[in-house]
Design a binder for this molecule. Structure first.
Ligand SMILES: *Cc1c(COP(=O)(O)O)cnc(C)c1O
Length: 221
């Protein structure tokens, strides 16, 4: 298995190069998705200088938070309403706010404000979670009534296809939507961030404005 340090250096160089091709200016945070690796490998990620760690299941999150210090925790998977209680106190960011019942449960259970990404299903694939593009703004407007939810940005997953143009289009649409939400200047929804890009498409995502990329396989896998 390659050292995380080496993978990280490689990814950082690719992010820089991707930014240069389009003169992108944004800061890009790398979230190490540790869902498929053990605690030792997760600790290696921290030792390599990574701060942002992502898990997609409550079980994985709990085993890692108990043994890995110094991380900012991102919950990136679909969150079942009945699991909110056991997850919400342990995370710094939720990337998968995708329905009103989840927002209501967060409001009920969270002891402090939670930084949330609203997950959008930009590609329209039936298999993907997330709110349909045209419903994202009405959904966010409805979140005004909650005191524990801060909409820091939007998240999406691109379709798993070879066609880079198709992937790019999805990221461009999310960026456009993010700008529309930000322009509303809602105090609870600054919506300045874009969580998009994984191992196979993060360079495209960075070119299209990603501020958080979620990388598992290419970094720690
Ligand atoms: C697993 C996962 C990732 C990371 O995927 P890789 O292809 O291993 O980089 C990113 N985002 C979400 C939501 C995931 O579930």
């Amino acid at each position: 298995m390659a050292k995380i340090e080496n993978n990280l250096q490689n990814i950082r160089e690719k992010i820089l190069a991707a930014k240069e091709t389009v003169q992108a200016q944004q800061d890009v945070q790398i979230i190490a998705v540790t869902k498929q690796v053990d605690i030792a490998r997760t600790q290696e990620a921290i030792a390599a200088g990574l701060v942002h760690l992502g898990e997609n299941r409550p079980e994985g999150l709990h085993s890692k938070t108990a043994h890995v210090a110094g991380a900012t925790w991102h919950f990136i998977g679909t969150l079942q309403t009945r699991k909110v209680k056991q997850v919400i106190q342990h995370i710094d960011y939720l990337h998968s706010l995708d329905r009103m019942s989840l927002a209501e449960e967060i409001e009920k259970r969270a002891e402090r404000k939670v930084k949330c990404f609203v997950q959008a299903n930009v590609s329209g694939e039936a298999s993907k979670h997330g709110i349909a593009t045209e419903e994202v703004i009405p959904f966010i407007q409805e979140l005004e009534k909650f005191s524990k939810i801060e909409v820091v940005g939007l998240m999406t997953m691109a379709p798993h296809v070879e066609d880079a143009a198709e992937i790019r289009q999805v990221f461009q649409k999310l960026k456009k939507l993010q700008q529309e939400v930000a322009a509303l200047q809602l105090p609870y929804a600054p919506c300045t961030e874009l969580s998009m890009g994984m191992s196979n498409d993060y360079e495209i995502a960075v070119q299209e404005g990603a501020t958080f990329v979620r990388i598992g396989t290419a970094l720690v896998g």
